[in-house]
Design a protein around this ligand. Structure first.
Ligand SMILES: Cc1ncc(COP(=O)(O)O)c(C=O)c1O
Length: 445
């Protein structure tokens, strides 16, 4: 490629310091970075990222649970370049081959009956659209979400999220209700599984009976909460809530923004491990492996009333994003990612369980496949969240060349949601680094 075709500024090498200064001057503080000295990444390959100094990092966080095919996967890059040369954009007012093909491919892997796609740009937009459709279809304003949930930052998605995003003094908009999530390590009812009889799930009936018009538009739930701190309820939580949602004639929405596309191992969708067949699933993140795309899948009867006046997105379903997503589906299938996530997930889990045995700072280990979490506590008995300690662990890991994510309402859960390209060798290295970090930080407890 002729270098001169690229803007001169982009061809220059900037130092991390120069870029941080530029950001400080011109970017709003809402854009904040991990680490005392933030990282500037230049390139990546597989599950490895390289910073401006050429230092390499094993990436256990995939941006935020997004680059499912890793960095610069040859098929992904080649597909995007191919599409770039033909048609980057036209709107969905016209037919394009990538949108139609993607919708067909999604219908082939969707949970049973979810044959209809609506493609947008992000997870927040996917959830907003799905909830709008559910409210219209059921002619009912009530939506029930779970405590500790995260569904995005647009107006309704933010209000359905529990993790402290309501920073302006506003009451909840009408129609939003909350259900305790199955967070067994910190049970809302002070019970132990399985003697608890999954009281949290059964509480949904109480909520609908006492806080709605005894009906609802939709119940929205993550099969494993990501931002909430990799929290995974027992499968009965989903079965029982599904029965109650059906009893009150609502739609069951599984937010698969983090759990989708094979991350949980062996299945395409996290909800498929629970025996529940949802009415809608919402998608983003791994869907485009870094290319902006989101969407929902649903049944024809619900989609039938969702028409032109109800929604439209200028960039929704653009040819470039759809082509990228088709390449992602190809790679997942050709590289057996579903199986790989299950095998590597079991391998990783064994090591995380070992860390729990060896370190008093590890309160709980949970999750499935390539979506696992470690909740850090100052004291195993009181379960006091080790929030500042987690920041120290992150700094040590960074120095040692390992990137991890942070989650939980108290910011004390390590999130492991790597590209599915991650190798067993990288898992071994990650284990050594986490072991070292926990040993060092525990000394301060
Ligand atoms: C489960 C879940 N739903 C929705 C969203 C919102 O997605 P986006 O940031 O693409 O709007 C997120 C983002 O983290 C998420 O984790």
């Amino acid at each position: 490629m002729d270098e001169k075709l690229i803007p001169e500024d982009l061809r220059k090498a900037y130092s991390t310091k120069q870029i941080l200064e530029m950001e400080k001057k011109h970017v709003v503080p809402a854009v904040s970075h991990y680490y005392e000295n933030p990282l500037l990444f230049i390139r990546g390959e597989g599950a490895t990222l390289e910073d401006a100094q050429g230092k390499q990092y094993i990436d256990l966080f995939a941006g935020i649970c997004t680059t499912i095919t890793g960095y610069t996967h040859p098929k992904f890059v080649a597909t995007l370049k191919w599409q770039l040369d033909r048609l980057v954009y036209t709107s969905s007012l016209y037919s394009t081959i990538p949108y139609a093909l993607l919708a067909k491919r999604l219908a082939e892997i969707a949970p049973k009956g979810l044959t209809q796609s609506f493609i947008v740009n992000s997870g927040s937009e996917a959830n907003e659209s799905a909830l709008f459709m559910a409210r219209k279809f059921k002619n009912n304003p009530y939506v029930v979400a779970c405590t500790h949930a995260y569904h995005g930052r647009t107006t309704l998605a933010r209000e359905l999220s529990s993790a402290g995003w309501r920073t302006v003094p506003e009451a909840h908009p009408p129609g939003v209700r909350f259900q305790p999530y199955g967070y067994c390590y910190r049970c809302s009812f002070g019970k132990e599984y399985p003697e608890c009889d999954i009281q949290c799930a059964r509480y949904l009936r109480e909520i609908i009976r006492t806080q709605t018009n005894k009906a609802l538009a939709a119940f929205i739930v993550e099969p494993i909460q990501g931002v909430g701190g990799i929290i995974q309820p027992p499968p009965e939580f989903f079965q029982i809530t599904n029965e109650i949602v059906q009893e009150f004639d609502g739609l069951y929405i599984s937010d698969e923004v983090q759990t989708g596309f094979g991350r949980t191992g062996n299945k395409w969708w996290g909800i498929q491990h629970t025996g529940v067949n949802p009415d809608i699933i919402t998608l983003a993140k791994g869907f485009g492996s870094g290319i902006p795309i989101g969407g929902f899948l649903t049944r024809p009867e619900f989609a039938a009333e969702y028409t032109t006046t109800d929604s439209f997105a200028t960039f929704g379903g653009n040819p470039l994003s759809c082509a990228g997503a088709i390449a992602v589906l190809d790679i997942i299938q050709e590289s057996n990612y579903l199986q790989r996530a299950a095998e590597n997930g079991a391998y990783l889990r064994k090591q995380l369980d070992d860390l729990k045995q060896e370190h008093k700072i590890v309160g709980d280990v949970r999750g499935q496949g390539m979506m696992q979490g470690i909740e850090l506590v100052r004291n195993q008995e009181t379960k006091e969240p080790a929030s500042t300690e987690l920041l120290q662990v992150m700094e040590i890991c960074k120095t040692e060349g390992l990137l991890i994510g942070k989650g939980g309402i108290d910011g004390n859960a390590i999130r492991i949601q790597p590209p599915l390209e991650l190798t067993k060798g990288q898992i071994d290295e990650a284990y050594q680094i986490l072991d070292k970090a926990f040993t060092q930080v525990e000394k301060t407890l």
